[in-house]
Write a protein that binds this ligand. Sequence first.
Ligand code: SF4
Length: 376
Amino acid sequence: MSSIRPWRTVMRRQCRQIMVGSVPVGGDAPITVQTMTNTPTADARATIDQIRRCEDAGADIIRVSCPDEASTAAMREITRAARIPVVADIHFHYKRALEAADAGAACLRINPGNIGSSDRVAEVVRAAKANGCAIRIGVNAGSLEKDLLEKYGEPCPEALVESALDHIKLLQDHDFHQYKVAVKASDVFLAVAAYQALSEAVDCPLHLGITEAGGLIGGTVKSAIGIGSLLWAGIGDTIRVSLSAEPEEEVRVGFEILKALGLRTRGVRIVSCPSCARQGFDVIRTVEALEKRLSHIKTPLSLSVLGCVVNGPGEARETDIGLTGGGNGKHMVYLSGVTDHTIESEAMLDHIVRLVEAKAAELEAGAAADGDPVPA
Ligand code: SF4
């Protein structure tokens, strides 16, 4: 229902586009949401099951740790089963990168400066080129190179950027350009300043993250501030929210950040009030139930759920479906912003679920008739 206005528009930084498997990253491609599995990678079944849950939550790209040979041995089965590109996370052991590339990884997360000789870098680049893999350089404030720590005295934006540029140079020296870069820190100020400086120094896509952000609530807030402020400034092409929570939660939070900035639309966007003594029904329990029962819907649409007429009609005007609490257990339902009918408390939840599902089906049918993909 809402229209585009200049003050609501993010002007994205221009950068090259690379492909991570079938998913474009950078350029004018939608900003992608990534997460990382936490099952033992060698347990292919458990890892595939977790990837499925992340796919259902909307993940565009999934990262899988490859700490040992047993993990890369499982990668072939994992990459075949995954419906989204798989990034192999490699630290130090360049042979794991060669094995992962051969096993179908779409991208290697590896810092070329950490794997030893130039011959090894050349081997990794050769394997990436031969298998159509991208590379993600991941600089982290917690594992900065010793010489940079000595030079700068502490992790700082300049040190993170210099580290990234050093790794980039190694790839460029081997004529490899399908890379994206991250400069993560758990400190929001440090991460944001580093990404700002990096965005001016390179033309490749940037992978955003506030690393080790914390638990579900604290980490969500930190990520929303750090990743959100960068995205708002137009910086960032793919994001990973780092939470001590299940990977599906990271995906959900990632999408919420993008949805809040109008950068992606996916599923039902619920506008709801915090509730107060004026509420005509239990807003908190209703929204909790609706979030669960509508989580399968991928088509973007909006639903407002407000406890009373103070703000209900105004929000309902801006959403596809609106519900506003009334007196005597009867509540007003709005369709396309217009008052339509009332519904009683007992039947309200099932009724709203049915209305939203019908609206989603109608939008999907319209998109199919026009030959458009369902936007997400
Ligand atoms: S919309 Fe009504 S019930 Fe909800 S917080 Fe505002 S005044 Fe309270």
